[in-house]
Design a binder for this molecule. Structure first.
Ligand code: NDP
Length: 330
């Protein structure tokens, strides 16, 4: 049938054992929404890896088509904001968690979740950015709102060779920051310098339990790692600095003390991309179009096809993916 499309479907049996299958669906199988989209590109984020491998309870409705990000073209709309032919981007809003997601030829979504595909990007480039890159931009915006500028001192990026980290390094370097890139993959030093990192820090220096306060080493931070790493980043942030926290690659815990906050006036800035309001999303995508060097985006991106999504999902939770992955759904 002409309307049929392939999708990845995650299911659970009565014993809550998870299975992942490639299935053929029709538009009638999709969930409620007022805009139908032909999915042209998607990506594999850490969260998609958690959903497909079942390592964390990302999926909260069963069965589920995973995939939290997509770019594509509107093919049907009952929402006055969108008409067929419009090119759109979707990040988050629970898509791929509680609403059928991106790993399908078609998606049916709520129009208010969508933003226009920036003219600067093709669908594949937008997905090379994806939630990871848009979150990196939200972190940069949070640091800017805290009043921090490159002349104040260095910025540290943790999980630097990962998706959020790679985009954060490229953005901050382009904006003039002296970027300290923390990574557990010393073999990626040249890669990170190519993205604009000025210094490479072995993540082992940050990942073990540390002191409540340490030597002041940076004025700002983008942390994708959490746990002891974030605690040590805070303990080594200079007076009046701020750290944007968005991730938990090391752990959900935060074994810190109030010392950095009350003795150095350091701020911890929480960043959530999933439910970020539309105005902030538009601002972030607008800034990505201006501030992300397309050559550096290209350098951090691996392109794959639909058939490689599941394998890549396993690789990303094992820390084997460098930078970003863009999935060509064509
Ligand atoms: P990636 O897997 O691409 O990157 C994570 C990086 O963290 C790895 O590449 C690695 O970097 C580092 N890392 C992994 N395990 C450990 C560990 N045990 N200890 C220290 N460092 C570690 O994931 P993403 O960049 O896509 O996402 C990063 C985090 O941000 C995830 O936790 C994700 O869930 C979260 N996130 C949150 C969002 C939000 O809205 N708040 C949105 C997007 C992502 P290296 O090899 O350089 O050491």
């Amino acid at each position: 049938m002409a309307d049929e499309f392939k999708a990845i479907l995650i299911s659970r049996d009565e014993a809550k054992v998870q299975s992942v299958d490639v299935v053929t669906l029709t538009p009638d199988d999709l969930m409620d929404g007022d805009v139908d989209i032909a999915v042209e590109a998607t990506t594999v984020n850490y969260k998609d890896g958690l959903a497909i491998t079942g390592r964390s309870p990302v999926v909260r409705r069963w069965p589920m088509i995973p995939g939290i990000d997509l770019a594509g073209t509107v093919i049907r709309s009952r929402n006055e904001a969108w008409t067929p032919g419009d090119r759109v981007v979707l990040n988050g809003w629970g898509v791929g968690e509680v609403h059928y997601g991106a790993y399908a030829g078609r998606a049916r979504l709520k129009g208010e979740w969508l933003v226009p595909l920036p003219q600067a990007f093709t669908p594949l480039q937008a997905m090379a950015i994806g939630t990871a890159g848009y979150t990196a931009m939200l972190c940069v915006l949070a640091l800017e709102r805290a009043g921090l500028v490159p002349s104040h001192g260095p910025v540290i990026v943790t999980g630097a060779a990962g998706g959020v980290g790679s985009v954060a390094v490229a953005l901050l370097a382009r904006l003039g920051w002296h970027v300290v890139a923390s990574t557990g993959r010393p073999q990626e030093a040249d890669y990170l310098k190519g993205l604009g990192a000025a210094e490479i820090l072995d993540r082992a220096e940050l990942s073990e339990p540390g002191k409540p306060l340490g030597k002041e080493r940076w004025i700002a931070g983008v942390d994708a790692v959490g746990s002891h790493t974030l605690a040590n980043v805070l303990a080594q942030t200079s007076r009046g600095g701020a750290v944007a926290a968005c991730g938990l690659a090391q752990g959900m815990d935060l074994p810190t003390s109030v010392a950095p906050f009350i003795l150095r006036g350091v701020s911890l800035l929480g960043v959530d991309s999933v439910m970020a309001p539309r105005a902030l999303r538009l601002e972030a995508w607008d800034r990505l179009a201006r501030d992300l060097d397309p050559a550096r985006l290209d350098a951090m991106t691996t392109r794959i096809g639909f058939d490689e999504i599941v394998e890549t999902a396993h690789a990303i939770v094992d820390g084997r993916v460098r930078g970003r992955v863009a999935v060509d759904m064509a």
